[in-house]
Design a protein around this ligand. Structure first.
Ligand code: SAH
Length: 216
């Protein structure tokens, strides 16, 4: 596909995000710059800029672009932030975050997905992203604390141990609800005395499951 053919598709992509209410210029720029076609399966490349979720390896999905942009906007990222993502999947959300922050640590429970995302992000030059094979319900203590945490798999509730990883003033966003059904995007903000919680919009994510996957 030539650049000339791709342009209108990317223009519509940007317009769709704006029409749906994404207005943060830095987030829109990041969505414009990260090549989503590199993160989807080869057979889906022509659909990379449609506003829909797509299947990736291990029965997982790359999220719908609007949801990626919306969650990123709600994180209110600053350039100096250190960010934790749970659920690397294709690495697309991590790439978007990496343009807007200092460092991204992303955890994935499938070795195939973690290895592929690590290689893809390195090849594309997103060198401030660290991909870890691990369990987001059991983040290694050595990972430290974070200014922002984004969970991209559905949790029945937000584990206290995860919220405790937030720096004061930090923000965590996660889809919370039943594994198979509609979840609500929840935003937790760490205050001096505890946590403020706000419910944002309804979403559908694949479930967060405990432990490193036994299958590859
Ligand atoms: N953010 C991804 C899409 C996430 S799909 C992207 O941009 O492509 C959700 C991912 O969360 C899946 O890859 C799934 O394997 C992973 N996941 C589920 N439970 C997990 C856990 N406990 N720890 C780490 N990753 C988990």
């Amino acid at each position: 596909m030539t650049a000339g053919q791709q342009a209108p598709e990317k223009m519509i992509f940007q317009l769709t995000l704006r029409r749906r209410g994404v207005s943060d210029q830095a987030v829109l720029r990041s969505m414009e710059q990260v090549p989503r076609e590199e993160f989807v399966q080869a057979a889906d490349r022509d659909d990379a800029y449609r506003d829909g979720a797509l299947s990736i390896d291990c029965g997982q999905t790359i999220s719908q672009p609007f949801v990626v942009a919306y969650m990123t906007e709600q994180l209110r990222l600053q350039k100096h932030h250190r960010v934790l993502e749970i659920g690397t999947g294709s690495g697309y959300q991590a790439a978007i975050l990496s343009r807007l922050s200092r460092q991204v640590v992303t955890i994935e429970r499938y070795r195939t997905l973690a290895d592929n995302a690590r290689a893809r992000l390195a090849k594309l030059g997103y060198d401030n992203v660290e991909v870890i094979l691990g369990d987001g319900f059991d983040v290694p203590a050595s990972a430290g604390t974070f200014d922002r945490i984004i969970v991209t798999a559905a949790m029945e509730q937000i584990p206290d141990a995860l919220a405790e990883r937030l720096e004061p003033g930090g923000i965590l966003i996660a889809p919370v609800g039943p594994h198979h059904g509609v979840q609500t995007l929840v935003r937790l903000t760490r205050t001096d005395t505890g946590f403020d919680q706000k419910e944002l919009v309804d979403v559908r994510f694949v479930p967060a499951l405990p432990g490193i996957a036994r299958e590859l």
